[in-house]
Design a binder for this molecule. Structure first.
Ligand SMILES: [Zn+2]
Length: 69
């Protein structure tokens, strides 16, 4: 999710609350459609990684029950 942040240097940015990725509001004003597309793609990446996280955890971490046997 992007939130708007005002910085002392560089002005106002749209900052991703998940990873801190920042897009300058100047760029958003200059290329609004391109910027909106970039943000949607960026958030889709986060959503995709969340969706796959349980699968990845299941594969990489040993089962607690299995460790006890
Ligand atoms: Zn992000």
């Amino acid at each position: 999710m992007y939130t708007t942040t005002r910085r002392i240097v560089g002005g106002t940015f749209m900052v991703c609350s998940d990873c801190g990725d920042a897009i300058s509001m100047n760029k958003v004003c200059e290329y609004p459609i391109q910027s909106a597309t970039d943000m949607l793609k960026h958030m889709a990446v986060h959503n995709a990684s969340r969706a796959f996280m349980p699968v990845v955890a299941h594969v990489t971490q040993p089962e607690p029950e299995a460790a006890l046997q």
